[in-house]
Design a protein around this ligand. Structure first.
Ligand code: 5GP
Length: 183
């Protein structure tokens, strides 16, 4: 059984919600907390949602080889996965999920081919647009950038070991869990 699961998919597909649901119902599964250079949003807690770091700190982590993967996402901020917690989880025989972008997923697959890559897809691109506009957290300009990224991301599905369509949260989480148990 693969213990390292990478979950990716286009912006606003609802992968964060699926992952939260999965963790709530399966507390033995760990979630990797990423580092990012973006500013915290209201309600986000350092060390819980992300480790919020400066550009200099991020550079230092790269130099020290502390990141398993990293990427610039949505043409703006940098995000990366701290290597140590992942290695520790795997050593302790625990399941760990990385919820990262597609560039990061590709890097993880290169360095850890045993990783199980799961792509969360929307029922359609139209539905994705509806979800992105509906959540109302991005400006019109950000929405346009994210939709551009989403189209590129949708084209990367073949890189993944599995594709799960997010019609509904519980169903999608159950399918992901099943893949985590059987892959
Ligand atoms: P947000 O800024 O909305 O929290 O996240 C934006 C994007 O960054 C999401 O698509 C998320 O998957 C991606 N992301 C979050 N953490 C990481 C990470 O550690 N590495 C990479 N490559 N992408 C990440």
């Amino acid at each position: 059984m693969t213990r390292l699961t990478v979950i990716a998919g286009p912006t606003a597909v609802g992968k964060g919600t699926v992952v939260r649901y999965l963790l709530e119902h399966n507390p033995e599964i760990l979630l990797s907390v990423s580092v990012t250079t973006r500013q915290p949003r209201v309600g986000e807690i350092d060390g819980v949602h992300y480790f919020f770091v400066s550009n200099e700190q991020f550079d230092q982590m790269i130099t020290n080889n502390e990141l398993l993967e990293y990427a610039v996402v949505h043409q703006s901020n940098r995000y990366g996965t701290p290597r140590k917690p992942v290695e520790e989880a795997l050593k302790a025989d625990k399941q760990i999920i990385l919820e990262i972008d597609i560039q990061g997923a590709r890097q993880v697959k290169d360095s850890m081919p045993e990783a199980n890559l799961i792509f969360i897809a929307p029922p359609s691109l139209e539905e994705l647009k509806r979800r992105l506009i509906g959540r109302g957290t991005e400006s019109a300009e950000e929405i346009a950038i994210r939709l551009d990224t989403a189209e590129v991301e949708m084209a990367s599905q073949s890189l993944f070991d599995h594709v799960v369509i997010n019609e509904e949260v519980a169903q999608c989480a159950a399918e992901v869990l099943d893949l985590m148990k059987t892959s």
